[in-house]
Every structure is written in C-alpha cells, then in structure tokens.
Design a protein around this ligand. Structure first.
Ligand SMILES: NC(=O)c1ccc[n+]([C@@H]2O[C@H](COP(=O)([O-])OP(=O)(O)OC[C@H]3O[C@@H](n4cnc5c(N)ncnc54)[C@H](OP(=O)(O)O)[C@@H]3O)[C@@H](O)[C@H]2O)c1
Length: 230
C-alpha cells in the first residue's frame, strides 16, 4: 500500500479518508452500534495509515458511539511505539463526554468547536474554533495546516464523511468492504447529510484500484475532477 499522498495543497493538508463498511455500505449496526468490520489485514493497513498521518480526525458522533482511542496500535505493526498523531474531534458545541478516551491526555488532541461552544476542556486539550454555529471543515483544515498538519486522516463517521466527501475536501478515499450484509433501516450508511434529489446532487468519484484484503477488499477512489493522484 502506498504512503498517504504528500501534501500538495498550499493551504490545507493532504486528506485521506478511510472507513470500513458492509457490502451494503453500512458503517455500523442498527442505531449506530459499533461494528468491527475490518479484518486483521485491514486493521494492519489502517494502523499503517494512522502511523503515517500527522493527525486523525473523527466527528463527535463517533466519539459518543465508539469511544475510540485514535492511537496507533504499534503492536499490530510489529514496531516499537513511535510518534503519536494528533487526535482531532469535530464537536461544534462541546458534546464530547468528559470520560471519552480521546480526552485522556495520552496523545496530542485538538477539539474543533464553533463560536457557540462555551465548554472548557481538560488542560492539554487544544481548542480550535472554526465556524459560527457548526464547525466549518474547510476553515478547520486550513488551521490544521497552519498548526503543522500535512497529512490528515479522516475516519468518520457518516456525517463527517458526507461533509468531507461532498465538500471535495479530500484527496483519497479508501473503503474496506467487509463480506457481510447488515441491512435494516437504522444502520448508518457511509455518508449521511442531505438527501440527493437528482444526478447533479450526487458526488462523483473515480475508482483507482481494488485490492483483495483478507476476506474483503479495499477500493480506492479520488475525486472525479482530480486526476493527478492516479
Ligand atoms: N466503519 C467505520 O469505518 C466507522 C468509522 C467511524 C465511525 N463509524 C460509525 O459512525 C457512526 C457515527 O457517525 P455519525 O454520523 O453519527 O457521527 P460523526 O460523523 O462521527 O459526527 C457527526 C457530528 O459531527 C459534528 N459536526 C460538526 N461539524 C460538522 C460538519 N461540518 N459536518 C459534519 N458533522 C459535523 C456534528 O455534531 P455537532 O453539531 O454537535 O458538532 C455531527 O452530529 C457510529 O455508528 C460509528 O460506529 C464507523
């Protein structure tokens, strides 16, 4: 697997979006209950991706549902612990639970909020305000670049993926398709956000590769209008 693309933007980091879904495109079980969809091989791929990133970003919904550590599991890579990527939580109003693992101080952590957030966070957690009432991801990415982030990995969940993909704020998307069907009506899809009403409101992607990975496969896409990363 290639390293994440080098930053080639003057103003924002290179953004690599990664997620794991069922064959019907669901990120989790009914109601958002965490599904461990990655195979052992995919987990290793994701850890490598994390290790090669300067920062890993998720939305507050993922923190509430999954309570991820967003750390690199060096043991899965067979390597001694190295530099910890910065954890970035997108949380407009400060809904991150105070017990969340991302607030445990074990790695550099940024909470991105909006101007309407009055919550204070534990010392050591950096707060970046980007947006009036909701986090403006384009602004946030510029700020992250100013803070030295050149390679940003976006891990989800569905609302963040919708904003980043539909907003064209990414360079590469990798999706691990697990050989499982989830189905139902409340299992979250890969991308949430507004309902598309016509062909103009869908987001075009260009398929770059399909790699068998464990029992499933990883599909890699780039924005359809950007051809230079192929
Ligand atoms: N399979 C996978 O690879 C994977 C990976 C990650 C998560 N997940 C699953 O995804 C689900 C969580 O997804 P989710 O959609 O509920 O939450 P999410 O995408 O993690 O977070 C969404 C929240 O982020 C905040 N936000 C702030 N600014 C935003 C913006 N510009 N665009 C989008 N969101 C913004 C919003 O809350 P505020 O308005 O309060 O700020 C929003 O509700 C869980 O079921 C989890 O298990 C799966």
């Amino acid at each position: 697997m290639p390293d994440p693309p080098e930053a080639e933007h003057a103003v924002r980091p290179a953004v690599w979006v990664n997620c794991a879904v069922s064959v019907d495109g669901r990120l989790a079980y009914a109601g958002g209950r965490r599904a461990r969809l990655s195979s052992a091989e995919d987990l290793q791929r994701v850890q490598k991706l994390r290790a090669n990133s300067d920062a890993i970003l998720v939305g507050v919904g993922t923190v509430i549902h999954d309570d991820p550590s967003l750390r690199v599991h060096w043991d899965l890579l067979g390597q001694p612990p190295g530099r910890s990527p910065t954890r970035v939580i997108v949380d407009s109003s400060g809904r991150t639970p105070s017990t969340a693992r991302v607030l445990d101080g074990s790695a550099p952590t940024i909470v991105a909020t909006s101007e309407r957030c009055s919550r204070t966070f534990p010392s050591g957690i950096e707060v970046v305000v980007a947006g009036a009432t909701r986090v403006d991801l384009a602004k946030l990415f510029l700020r992250l670049h100013e803070l030295g982030v050149r390679r940003l990995m976006v891990e989800g969940g569905g609302e963040i993926l919708a904003s980043v993909l539909r907003g064209g704020l990414y360079d590469r998307l990798t999706i691990y398709y697990a050989p499982v069907l989830i189905g139902g009506v409340s299992a979250p899809p890969l991308a949430r956000g507004d309902d598309p009403v016509d062909p103009e409101s869908v987001t075009p992607l260009r398929l770059v590769s399909i790699e068998p990975t464990g029992e499933g496969y990883v599909a890699t896409y780039v924005p359809a209008t950007r051809t230079e990363l192929q």
